[in-house]
Design a protein around this ligand. Structure first.
Ligand code: SF4
Length: 734
């Protein structure tokens, strides 16, 4: 507020009428004058992977309101609290506006020429001195697909390093690896419509009511389904369940294997499907022998009768759907658990049919886009590094020599950080992510970053804990300020549009990548004729033609018309975009023999068991009001007021034992560190022996105490199930 505004307010000359007056708007009806718009721009929500269609109301060059797009097939006009307040992020404080370079220890404003020149020259210098693989790049799930595609080419073919990964490895890598192992390719097979059509829906470690709220409308639309929710915590989703399974932390794999055993023993599996479309049944059958109801009951804490009942429900369902999110993925056993879910779906033939799918609900708005565009765990268009045919195809499409196409993936995100610790990675480019809050066991990350010769951070916000450490900061446009496409969890591609210009001198990530390519001297070779995202999209359509993720029939114009189209959508398609599309309906999988693989999996205790010094099991997660590390939502006052700080959930049994009461301030301590002064909530939402801490808040950063334990297959962190103790905060520790 300016001094003049303050004086007017205090003197009564300004009674707030401009702010609080109401009037008729042709679209919104009688509403606050502040929301009246001159024009509306269709776009897609930039938070979660549900992919809700939105309309941004613009007046005087500002986005003054948003509303759900009533015609968008995903949400039919609905939005959750985050979506409804998303436009406030555009004008929030703390937007990055100018390139900054650290000079004499201070981040100092510079021009774009100097910024791009510095990035290219210093990355090249590091690569010349330490080798091409000494450069690492960590990106995000927040860019548009066109940007992911451009970045992958720039990094792997321009800079010549394969050490490129995204923060999606911190949330979705287990699902990706699990799908690839079972089906020969990544890609969630189902559609949201399945939630409305399934007889039985089993949600495992998926709190959709909090994290993907608009999907709850699909659950509610299905009046005849039996909703089973398996979660150690009585989440809002658990409260919606017909049957709630309060299983012990990380026991889901044993539960699924026990269900599989019952389904097989009681002849509830689809023999014809197994015979025609899978391999490995005998090995799978042998592997689940040990998962008797008694053994599973011991591991899960659920009664044998309940496990048996669930198995019969699932086995007898005409259509059964299994959805999961971080409760499954965030684990050293994440990939195996995904494979167990896929096994169960396959042996019962619950895949490729309406209402039937093993369905990973993804996290970020365009986590799917980064998975498709690849160059991290796969080549673009779900191609395989190890396939000569795939590499030949890409070399032909790009008119590049065959030997320029990489033959294996580089380091995954956690291994890039480990390589920074051991000084093999010497320069890092972090794009659209805030690892100083989101990476597990944060001290390891700090150590790695301190070793670097150069840290470049590209972000829409500054300062963040990560941009504050940057040697070079590149200010980027965010949602609402740039164009492209997102793919949601059901493989629906939707259009993202710019409603306003980015602040200051911020540029779209796409423009930044092209400028870097120009300076690097590879723009003509890799991005000939590209000036805007549609050029990348047109090439992307050609690159995906004939692939599982076929975009060749999708155009920007069609996306604008239909609000979103699910891939595969080849340009010869005879069906209409409105029809829900599923993968593997023909029983043909992306493996060499066209059959899905049934893979034996084995439960094991989680890596850090509680013990007398650290007797409680910490679970971490989210709240509906905030997004990841709050770079976007932390500056939105309505969301901040709803959820201003972290809290710790503890069962009354443990609170009594520790002499703690609701609202006490407590410290949470693990072998790695201490989270200080968190407000205690005494609640039956968590079981005795378990506690819950949201991970959004840098002031109470859960990742000060999480562990460096990773899934050996996918490299996804085991964020959940750390051994901790809780103490009442004291001045000594504050
Ligand atoms: S459910 Fe997800 S996509 Fe939809 S409005 Fe909320 S955050 Fe956005």
């Amino acid at each position: 507020m300016t001094l003049l505004q303050w004086l007017k307010l205090k003197s009564g000359l300004d009674n707030g009428s401009a702010k609080y007056s109401y009037g008729d708007d042709p679209v919104l009806g009688f509403t606050s004058n502040r929301k009246h718009s001159e024009r509306w721009v269709n776009s897609t929500c930039g938070y979660c992977s549900v992919g809700c269609g939105m309309q941004l109301g613009v007046r005087d060059g500002k986005v003054v309101t948003v509303r759900g797009n009533p015609d968008h097939p995903v949400n039919l006009g609905k939005l959750c609290p985050k979506g409804l307040a998303e436009h406030y992020a555009i004008d929030a404080e703390g937007r990055a506006k100018y390139p900054l370079l650290r000079k004499d220890g201070q981040l100092t404003r510079i021009g774009w020429n100097e910024a791009i020149d510095t990035l290219v020259k210093r990355f090249r210098k590091v690569q010349e001195k330490y080798g091409p693989e000494s450069l690492g790049i960590i990106s995000t799930g927040q860019l548009v697909t066109e940007e992911f595609y451009a970045l992958g080419k720039l990094v792997q073919l321009g800079f010549g390093t394969s050490n490129y990964d995204g923060n999606t490895t911190l949330c979705m890598a287990a699902a990706v690896a699990g799908y690839k192992r079972s089906f020969g390719s990544d890609g969630p097979p189902g559609a949201y419509e399945d939630l409305e059509k399934a007889d039985v829906i089993l949600l495992i470690g998926a709190n959709v009511a909090e994290n993907h709220p608009i999907l709850c409308a699909r659950l509610e639309a299905n009046a005849t389904r039996t909703l089973i929710v398996a979660d150690p915590r009585v989440t809002k989703t658990a409260m919606m369940a017909d049957i709630y399974l309060p299983l012990k932390p990380r026991s889901d794999l044993a539960l699924i294997n026990a269900i599989l055993r019952v389904v097989m023993d009681e002849d509830l599996y689809d023999k014809e499907y197994v015979e025609r479309h899978t391999t490995g049944f005998a090995e799978l059958r042998a592997s689940v022998e040990r998962y008797t109801l008694e053994y599973a009951s011991e591991i899960t804490g659920l009664s044998t009768d309940l496990i048996h009942e669930i198995a019969l429900l699932y086995g007898n369902a005409k259509t059964a759907f299994i959805g999961w999110t971080m409760g499954v993925n965030h684990s050293t056993k994440g990939t195996e658990t995904v494979n167990a879910i896929n096994n169960l779906a396959l042996v019962t033939g619950n895949i490729g049919r309406t209402g039937a799918s093993p369905f990973s609900i993804t996290g970020q708005c365009n986590a799917m886009g980064t998975r498709e565009a690849g160059f991290s765990s796969g080549l673009p268009g779900y191609r395989k590094f190890e396939s000569e045919k795939d590499r030949e195809e890409l070399a032909g499409l790009w008119n590049l020599p065959f030997d320029r196409i990489p033959t294996k993936r580089g380091l995954a995100y956690p291994d890039i950080i480990e390589a920074a610790v051991s000084k093999k990675i010497r320069a890092l480019w972090i794009i659209g992510t805030n690892p100083l809050v989101s990476f597990p066991n944060i001290d390891v990350l700090k150590h790695g970053l301190a070793n670097l010769d150069l840290l470049v951070v590209q972000d829409g916000f500054h300062p963040t804990p990560t941009t504050e450490l940057a040697d070079l900061l590149l200010p980027a446009a965010i949602w609402g300020e740039k164009e492209g496409t997102y793919t949601n969890s059901e493989r629906r591609v939707s259009k993202v549009n710019a409603a306003v210009s980015p602040p200051g001198e911020a540029r779209s990530d796409f423009d930044i990548f092209l400028a870097v390519a120009e300076k690097l001297g590879c723009r003509e070779e890799l991005f000939a004729g590209w000036t805007s995202p549609v050029d990348a999209f047109d090439e992307w359509r050609r690159v995906t033609a004939g692939r599982l993720c076929d975009y060749s029939g999708i155009t920007y114009a069609a996306l604008e018309e239909h609000g979103g189209i699910q891939w595969p959508f080849p340009d010869s398609v005879s069906t209409t975009p409105e029809v829900a599309r599923r993968l593997y309906s023909d029983g043909q999988f992306q493996t060499e023999d066209g059959r899905a693989r049934l893979l034996p999996t084995q439960w094991a205790p989680f890596p850090e068991q509680p013990h007398p010094e650290f007797p409680l099991i910490l679970n971490t997660g989210r709240t509906v009001e905030h997004w990841h590390t709050r770079t976007k939502t932390g500056g939105i006052s309505i969301l901040q007021r709803m959820s201003p700080r972290a809290w710790l959930e503890m069962n009354s049994v443990d609170a009594r034992k520790l002499g703690l009461r609701a609202h006490d301030r407590v410290d949470v301590i693990s072998a790695r560190g201490r989270v200080k002064e968190v407000e205690l909530r005494v609640t039956e939402i968590v079981a005795p022996g378990q506690i819950f801490l949201p991970f959004h808040f840098v002031e109470s950063n859960a990742n000060q105490i999480t562990q460096s334990a990773f899934d050996p297959i996918s490299r996804e962190p085991n964020y959940k199930q750390c051994a901790v103790r809780v103490e009442k905060s004291s001045p000594v520790h504050t």
